[in-house]
Design a protein around this ligand. Sequence first.
Ligand code: AMP
Length: 276
Amino acid sequence: MQHLKDLAVWSEPVEELAFVPTMGALHDGHLALIKSAKKFGKRVLVSVYVNPTQFESSTDLAKYPKTLSQDLELAAGAGADYLWTPSVEEIYPEGLANVQLISAGPLGDLYEGASRPNHFSGVLTVINRLFTLVNPRYAMFGEKDFQQLFLIKKFAEQQFPTISIITGETIRDGNGIALSSRNSRLSSDELEIAQVLPRAQKATRKLNSISDVQDALDKVFSAQSGFTLDYAEIVDPRTLLPVSSDFTGQVQVLLAGWIGSVRLIDNFAHHVKGRS
Ligand code: AMP
């Protein structure tokens, strides 16, 4: 595997490139995307870039875990051909203070966006830069960040129609907790608290109406101390909008909260048959 510090040294831009953008601190969720990328593209490029324009707090940005030498090993082990670690200057040559953010529209202001203003504008802005520089044929994103995936798919359809967006399912640990680079900031007690997220999925598994699902979610989260729920939203995966109480069919449950200062998100699909 070749480590590219900037793309100027990339001597052999390739056709049929599969691209896996990450913020580093790689775990099995990222590695699953890299392995899947290998099935699509002839070559796989992984980027590690902690994008400042999607962090609303400089402390959160500073606290983001950085494990580059381990990332190089893990990415190579999963079959990446290139690992690219761009500088801020390469992504934002105009300087961070002068970046014009791309609006994520009204859907970017819901859920994650309500708690993290401009977060998705920052995400679309960096994706626009990365896609333009890398020009891949495929780009891989995890379902773990469901709202992000939804917004990137819509954006790419319009702005980068030649790039196919490929989705990877959420990879979880043995207790069902979705893997996240932020989990490394949780103590073992806090990791136990984090199990409230997969427990929410279990509690709703057999429920057949939206109000029963909502009640079960309320119950699970109010019973768990140490977890501050931000939202538990039941949405239509086709529109990302909240469903009405008489909705039947496929829904996506979006979850987010904090354990101390660590923000965790998760989501799962559920089928609501309706009460018979
Ligand atoms: P990040 O480094 O957190 O920006 O994530 C980079 C990519 O990995 C994004 O497309 C995420 O959705 C995806 N990802 C993060 N965690 C997981 C996970 N547990 N399972 C699958 N994909 C993930």
